[in-house]
Design a protein around this ligand. Structure first.
Ligand code: CDP
Length: 791
């Protein structure tokens, strides 16, 4: 349901969609015709296929590995084990959190599904068959599955590969001011405390992970087609890990079937495919199957949180505290900037004007798959938003207050921006009350509460859940944010060819977000060249400038800014050339979209296309201007951007079965200047579906021995069109003051903001303070009947 008409008509034109607005996506003709080109579509002459042998145990010592039967298979070309890799110095690789991860296990296996051997064969089926022929003797060890037991004195030490290790502790990290927080908690009238788990979930992109590695033995050049969100970072990491000179590595990320954080890291299968290509002298393809993807690639969340909120009797929130135990699995593979082992959990004070805050996070190893990636969110902000938005509802419950009204009382006010929060982050811009009011108007909030009272009287549980979230996206700046020491600034390159058609080259990597359309729109807006005349190039390190890739909704805040800046550089250069063409001083020229003209004489002007031709022609160029019309830039953002939104969810709960039906979902987002409203809506729709999924059905579960219980889509449930309602969207526009076009990110807002709205709605329906996600029928039923610990 499109309720865009209700957008603030008072917004000045420059705050409306830019660069042709609702342009249909340039990339879609190839997708709807089945002409997309994914990694698994790459076929090379003589290509071989790899398959991984994985551990059946969560924790076991490897006694022996016998590969002789596999090697004797007529179609097998190579069998690689940890021992083979040890010889090459590749048995272990660095993780994105400066830890180490086994590429193929040598000493022990540390989670079920861990990579133990790699077979290269003539075809995929032979590789899989030969994997079955490898004989491994394991000595099973007790496993640590519950993070709350990881630091017990008798817990087995998982990372005994690290010298001197005697426990499973990874890090302690804190933010805020503990004394100030204690002081407000002591004088508060009301303190509410609640434990909650943000369970382990998985990004589950429709395209699983994989690669094709092709080592050219003559040139010494490695080409790696990869499912990858950050090609340039991968090239540098491959150079560091494999010792291949960086200029001899080309990473190609073709069409990507969804990433959501799952394709940020480097997986052992990629390293094995490279080694396979080196040892066989042939290209090697490795694509994981669905179970491998769910069981062994980066999970998300797994935060055990205790929240505390302090307030006055009349509902003024004074302070928030959080204590978190973070389950990082067997290798610390979380994708976080080095300074922030708990990512952007700092934003746990949310959207409220409070006096003090403090949080502590402790990370531990367990015998589960490594990861902890930002699944459609910016580095742990999802966990933070869930915590604070659940805590505000717990407080409303304690005080007997309406949760929307309590939020309205405590939201930051527009005049407080830029606002420095209590953990040191400066929110760039916002008008929170207007956004919440708008969501309440679209929902018909008062009528909904009236309907709820009526239905309750009839014994029909209906719930209304509210959440208000502040996201934090756009990492850099490079001095604060990095991946493995690589700063998060983005390069961008723009060339206008003699006929006035342009090519813009990006370091970010679309995975379905529509960059080929929106980045053309940004350049079109700045130069007046129509978007169809602008080709967007990305996904190939030989073709694009360096940058850190796409995750945490950073494409628009960082590379989008770079695209605007580089287009402005070209525009400035065009001005000098237009001055020479018109034989006037460039200072006497004015710009209107697409042309420079003589001030006071609009008929005397030159279009950007005419200028481009002249720049490549025989015109005598002004002093200091080189020929051609092109520019490059590296954009290092001065701050993050802070998109936000108000969400309202309406649910009905079946009192007999505990089944939750999401009846309505109202989402009002503010992502600053909107480039393409249609793409924004698509991003929000996807994120809301994600949120309903996480709140109600998605869970990577384990039994007590560490067997993964969610290794297929029969057990790891994704929401379909049947489980989600027609979304009701609205928006407000509060541009970011420091972004060249005022845009903030949007890709992940809905995934971040929607789970607490759904959970708040279910708790509101059943009159229970808290039950953990996923709110499956069984959990809801048990919660309704006085127990919250149901499976
Ligand atoms: O980094 P990622 O592409 O995942 O997220 P994003 O920067 O939030 O952008 C997602 C998509 O929405 C891109 O195609 C953006 O250009 C588009 N977008 C937009 O049209 N207007 C905005 N203010 C923000 C994003």
């Amino acid at each position: 349901v499109d309720v865009e008409e209700s957008a603030p008509t008072a917004a000045p034109p420059e705050e409306r969609p830019i660069g042709y607005g609702r342009l249909k996506r340039k990339e879609d003709p190839r997708f709807v015709r089945g002409k997309g080109n994914y990694v698994d579509d790459v076929l090379l002459p003589g290509m071989l296929h790899g398959a991984v042998l994985r551990s059946p145990f969560a924790h076991a010592r490897i006694v022996s590995i016998d590969t002789s039967a596999a090697e004797a298979h007529p179609k097998v070309k190579a069998v690689i084990t940890g021992k083979t890799l040890e010889g090459l110095g590749l048995a272990w690789m660095p993780t994105l959190s400066m830890d180490t991860q086994a590429v193929l296990a040598t000493d022990k296996v540390r989670f079920q599904g861990q990579e133990v051997a790699f077979v290269v064969a003539e075809d995929h089926y032979a590789a899989r068959d030969a994997v079955e022929l490898i004989d491994i003797e394991y000595e099973p060890l007790p496993a640590v599955i519950d993070a709350r037991r990881a630091m017990d004195a008798d817990a087995p030490v998982i990372r005994d590969d690290k010298e001197g290790r005697t426990d499973n502790h990874i890090f302690d990290w804190e933010a805020g001011d503990p004394e100030a927080a204690n002081a407000v908690f002591e004088r508060a009238d009301v303190v509410v405390r609640q434990e909650m788990l943000y369970p382990r979930v998985h990004p589950a992109p429709l395209e699983t992970c994989g690669c094709v590695a092709s080592m050219d033995p003559v040139e010494g050049k490695l080409t790696l087609w990869e499912t990858c969100q950050a090609p340039h970072a991968h090239r540098t990491l491959v150079a560091m890990v494999a010792g291949i000179p960086e200029q001899k590595i080309r990473i190609v990320a073709p069409d990507i079937g969804g990433g959501f954080g799952n394709k940020v890291g480097i997986y052992p299968g990629y390293v094995c495919a490279v080694v396979g290509s080196i040892v066989t002298g042939k290209p090697v393809k490795w694509m994981e199957d669905r179970s491998e993807n769910l069981m062994s690639t980066s999970f998300a969340r797994d935060y055990h949180m205790t929240g505390e909120i302090a307030a006055t009797r009349d509902g003024k929130i004074l302070g928030i505290r959080a204590d978190v135990l973070a389950d990082h699995g067997a290798f610390n593979g979380t994708a976080q900037p080095t300074k922030y082992p708990a990512g952007f959990f700092h934003i746990f004070t949310g959207s409220y004007d409070i006096e003090a805050a403090h949080c502590k996070v402790t990370g531990v190893y367990t015998n589960k798959a490594p990861g902890g990636v930002a699944y459609a969110c910016s580095f742990r902000v999802t966990e933070a938003v869930y915590l604070v938005e659940r805590m505000v509802d717990c407080l409303a419950n304690e005080l007997g207050r309406d949760p929307a009204e309590l939020r309205m009382q405590n939201l930051l006010r527009p005049e407080q921006f830029p606002y420095e929060n209590k953990t040191g982050w400066t929110y760039d811009s916002g008008d929170y009350p207007t956004t919440l009011r708008k969501a309440m108007d679209i929902a018909g909030y008062e009528q909904l509460r009236e309907e709820q009272r009526r239905r309750r009287a009839e014994g029909k549980p209906m719930g209304i859940g509210v959440s208000f979230f502040t996201e934090v996206v756009g990492a850099g700046a490079r001095k604060h944010f990095d991946i493995l020491g690589l700063g998060m600034a983005d390069g961008c390159e723009l060339r206008v060819h003699p006929t006035g058609k342009a090519v813009v080259r990006l370091s970010v990597q679309t995975q379905g977000q529509g960059h080929e359309t929106t980045f053309a729109q940004i350049v079109a807006e700045e130069l007046g060249i129509p978007p169809e005349d602008i080709q967007v190039v990305h996904g190939d390190t030989d073709q694009t400038p360096f940058g850190l890739g796409t995750y945490g909704s950073r494409s628009t805040p960082v590379s989008g800014a770079a695209a605007a800046v580089v287009a402005r550089k070209v525009r400035d250069k065009a001005r000098l050339i237009a001055g020479a063409m018109l034989e006037v001083s460039p200072d006497d020229l004015d710009w209107e979209k697409g042309r420079w003209f003589v001030r006071g004489d609009p008929s005397a002007g030159k279009s950007i296309q005419e200028i481009a031709l002249a720049a490549h022609g025989t015109l005598e160029l002004p002093e200091g201007v080189e020929g051609h019309l092109e520019a490059t830039t590296v954009y290092n953002p001065p701050n993050l951007t802070f998109p936000y939104g108000a969400y309202i969810c309406v649910v009905d709960v079946d009192p007999g079965t505990g089944v939750v039906k999401v009846r309505r979902f109202i989402a009002v987002d503010d992502c600053g200047t909107r480039i393409n409203p249609m793409i924004i809506e698509g991003q929000v729709h996807g994120g809301l579906a994600d949120g309903v999924g996480m709140a109600l059905m998605q869970l990577i579960g384990f039994d007590e021995d560490g067997n993964c219980l969610s290794g297929s889509f029969m057990d790891y449930l994704l929401p379909t069109a049947l489980e989600v309602p027609d979304w009701e969207l609205g928006y407000t526009v509060t541009p970011s003051p420091h972004h060249p076009i005022g845009a903030k990110g949007i890709g992940e807002s809905a995934t971040v903001g929607s789970p607490p709205a759904v959970v708040n709605a279910v708790m509101d329906a059943i009159g229970v303070r808290h039950a953990d996600m996923p709110l499956t029928p069984s959990r809801v039923w048990h919660a309704m009947h006085g127990g919250v610990g149901a499976p």
